[in-house]
Design a protein around this ligand. Structure first.
Ligand code: PMV
Length: 328
């Protein structure tokens, strides 16, 4: 009763921001992301005769709410499998958590898969996506490789709210996302709290819901046509719109920092010199730059010139997979 899964982060090009149901993690709007071939999480789950669930992430024993989130996913799997055995969970990521790099997405997808497989279940992709969603919303998209879309659904029970694959990782192999890691501090306000505050207090939230549906349709078309110029325009405006809605909350939510803006200003200058480079920004300070593989060297030289300490270059990656290398 042991299995290991590996999953990759995904970065949304059209963002998920705001829940219609907090408990089941059901969004108000659809979202669309690229799964990355870097930024991986591996998770091993073993059900055994222990008297409590033990959860370790990156060498730290989880406690409190963070542990409970993992236990909740294990409980869903136990209910489905019809047993009560406790589990040992060990997870390792190769990137900083909580800095807007969607660590929770890779973690949620790897946990959902490893726990299901360890319990002897073999859920269909929709069911696996729903299980990952209930751990961390954006995790539902990391089940699929390439480009995937989280369909928000309408049912109160969430059975129609899961990610569907749009184009696999071979569709646009030249596309790159470069996470510019200028800041590795944990963010002050989690996405969960940030969304809640935006939905309940921002006068701009209604507007966000309206425009993001249109962005989604256009984004699908830009990816299908492999049109970076169009995709860049859509991704940038969608990210700003999400942050605009968040800035309108009470108290306001500002996830970007001076370093973020320095990178974005420099990127604009690079663009004026003819480099096609665009950005998106999650609920954290680290922008993700979009470009083609042929421009990566110039973009990373630019980050180096700004003394950004670390960056991670990713192409479109594979979805969640079974691994034959258990962590214990
Ligand atoms: O799934 P969460 O709770 O980590 O929220 C993710 C929210 C954003 O990263 C800002 C947007 C997105 O669609 O991934």
């Amino acid at each position: 009763m042991k299995a290991t899964a590996s999953a990759h982060s995904n970065i949304a090009l059209v963002k998920y921001w705001g829940k219609r149901d907090e408990a089941s993690i059901l969004p108000w709007t659809g979202s669309l992301s690229m799964t990355l071939d870097a930024l991986a999480v591996a998770t091993t789950v073993a059900f055994d005769d222990g008297d409590a669930d033990r959860v370790e992430i990156n060498g730290v024993d989880l406690k409190g709410a963070a542990r409970q989130r993992v236990v909740d996913t294990l409980d869903l799997v136990r209910a489905e499998a019809g047993f009560a055995r406790r589990a040992r969970v060990l997870s390792r990521s190769d990137f900083p958590t909580g800095a807007g790099l969607a660590s929770s997405a890779a973690g949620g997808a790897a946990l959902a898969a490893a726990a299901s497989w360890a319990a002897g279940l073999d859920p269909a992709p929709e069911a696996l996506s729903i299980l990952a969603r209930r751990n961390s919303g954006s995790a539902c998209r990391s089940i699929h490789g390439g480009f995937s879309e989280w369909v928000p659904g309408e049912r109160p029970d969430g059975t129609d709210s899961f990610a569907v694959p749009l184009f696999d990782e071979r569709h646009w192999p030249e596309l790159r996302m470069i996470a510019a890691i200028g800041d590795t501090a944990e963010k002050a306000v989690s996405s969960r709290e940030g969304m809640r505050r935006t939905v309940t207090t921002s006068p701009f939230y209604e507007a966000w819901r309206g425009v993001s549906a249109r962005d989604l349709v256009e984004c699908r078309g830009a990816i299908e046509a492999r049109d970076l110029t169009r995709l860049g325009e859509i991704a940038e405006r969608n990210a700003w719109r999400m942050h605009a809605a968040a800035l309108g909350a009470e108290p306001p939510l500002r996830y970007f920092t001076a370093t973020t803006l320095t990178i974005l200003d420099g990127m604009q200058a690079l663009r004026k010199q003819g480099r096609e480079v665009y950005f998106t920004l999650d609920a954290g300070p680290n922008p993700i730059l979009l470009c083609l593989a042929s421009d990566v060297a110039d973009v990373t030289a630019f980050l180096e010139s700004l003394r950004i300490p670390r960056w991670v270059v990713s192409g479109p990656g594979r979805g969640v997979e079974r691994s034959e290398a258990p962590l214990f």
